[in-house]
Design a binder for this molecule. Structure first.
Ligand SMILES: Nc1nc2c(ncn2[C@@H]2O[C@H](COP(=O)(O)OP(=O)(O)O)[C@@H](O)[C@H]2O)c(=O)[nH]1
Ligand SMILES: [Mg+2]
Length: 386
């Protein structure tokens, strides 16, 4: 059953089960290792309950890998279509390409509002128009034509454009339900919580959010009025992102959580930049250039001479003291190489999906980027054409 049993939703009135209000899992008191576990006493109480996993995530930030997560997104989106609902497709400002899923367009309902969340991760000086342009381009490729695109932040310390979002939702839902959809970790649940804080007296039951994928386990419904609901959905999986590649314990180093401090390097040919043992950028040939790296502040960059870079990289692979080392890459041979030639007269933007992007202006540089197989690496024209 996909939908939270809720008296007001009218969608699933036939089955009476109790669900966790933090993640949407069906509650049970039999197996502590399965999702939805609560001690019997809590299970039998009449109160609204959080499952043990949500409780721990909130109080101790601990994460237990959950079994049995199997959500069919097509079915969720079919419900949204049938209802003529408004979809809020949320993308992460830091990794737009990684959060617009290939092929998603045809599954979305007609009315889509796109939200570029986590704006606060990028420096204030970063131009929002860059974000809008990149997003529009990515959406066009998937044939998605949103009603509008908003830039937001929904972090505990910084809210940005939440009132605008609330207004846009009110204006565009025409009395219908609203579905928050998108990849995991883009901040769907956080946006809903931020909206709930803006609506009166709905703050006591917030949805669980965390830096780990797979926090929201099932569709969670929040009544908007007698006929319509706001639905939070579990994140969709993007296999082409670094986030899907690395182990859960490394995600917290890879995903930026605070405002990114861009790192600038005056680079010369014959230099190589190593990002732990996750990726590597080689400046093979060309005139001197200034690279600006945007990445998690917890991910350090090492600069090596190109002829020593293989050794340097392989040393990182066995460096036990390196927090953000992945065990899935044991030498540079495990990475795939992508060759790029600079787009002359443009702002060049090399993007390693979900991990980082590098911006520079140049003309004749030859650049090789190494990343795990399957993670998308692109060079784009990021010039601001207004
Ligand atoms: N800095 C920042 N962090 C955010 C923002 N929105 C969500 N987060 C954090 O990102 C992580 C994932 O958020 P969550 O709402 O669980 O994402 P979901 O998987 O899309 O529901 C959590 O650690 C949130 O605190 C934002 O706008 N800015
Ligand atoms: Mg969520």
């Amino acid at each position: 059953m996909l939908f939270k049993n809720n008296k007001t939703s009218g969608l699933t009135a036939e089955i009476r089960v109790k669900r966790c209000y933090g993640c949407g899992a069906i509650l049970q008191d039999q197996d502590p290792n399965e999702i939805g576990y609560v001690p019997t006493e809590k299970f039998q109480s009449e109160d609204e309950t959080l499952c043990e996993r949500c409780y721990k995530l909130r109080h101790y930030s601990s994460f237990k890998k959950t079994a049995g997560l199997n959500i069919d997104f097509v079915t969720i989106l079919d419900h949204a279509k049938e209802e003529n609902a408004l979809a809020i497709y949320v993308v992460n400002a830091f990794s737009i390409q990684a959060s617009v899923l290939k092929g998603i367009g045809k599954y979305l309902p007609k009315d889509v509002l796109v939200v570029i969340n986590k704006r606060d991760l990028l420096p204030k000086s970063y131009n929002d128009d860059y974000l809008l342009l990149q997003t529009k381009k990515a959406l066009e490729e998937e044939n998605i034509h949103p009603i509008s695109i908003l830039v937001t932040a929904a972090s505990a310390t910084k809210n940005y454009h939440i009132e605008e979002l609330m207004k846009a939702v009110d204006e565009n839902r025409h009395g219908k339900s609203v579905y928050f959809v998108g990849c995991y970790q883009v901040g769907k649940s956080s946006l809903i919580n931020a909206l709930l804080m803006n609506y009166s007296n709905m703050t006591s039951r917030t949805i669980t959010t965390s830096p780990y994928p797979g926090t929201t386990l099932d569709v969670i419904s929040i009544p908007l009025d007698d006929q319509s609901n706001m639905y939070d959905t579990p994140g969709m999986y993007n296999a082409e992102s670094m986030i899907s590649f690395v182990e859960p314990e490394i995600i917290k180093y890879v995903l930026p959580r605070n405002e990114i401090r861009p790192e600038m390097y005056m680079a010369k040919e014959g230099q190589s930049f190593l990002l732990a043992n996750l990726a590597r950028l080689d400046f093979v040939k060309g005139d001197k250039v200034n690279f600006t790296f945007y990445k998690s502040n917890d991910l350090s960059i090492e600069r090596h001479k190109l002829n020593k870079a293989d050794q340097g990289f392989n040393d990182l692979c066995v460096n036990e003291g390196l927090d953000n080392r992945t065990k899935k890459v044991t030498s540079i041979q495990d990475l795939e190489v992508h060759h790029f030639t600079t787009l002359e007269g443009k702002t060049n933007r090399i993007n390693v999906n979900g991990l980082m992007f590098v911006e520079y202006n140049g003309k004749n540089q030859e650049i090789d980027v190494y990343a795990p197989k399957g993670v998308i690496v692109t060079l784009e024209d990021a010039s601001l054409k207004l």
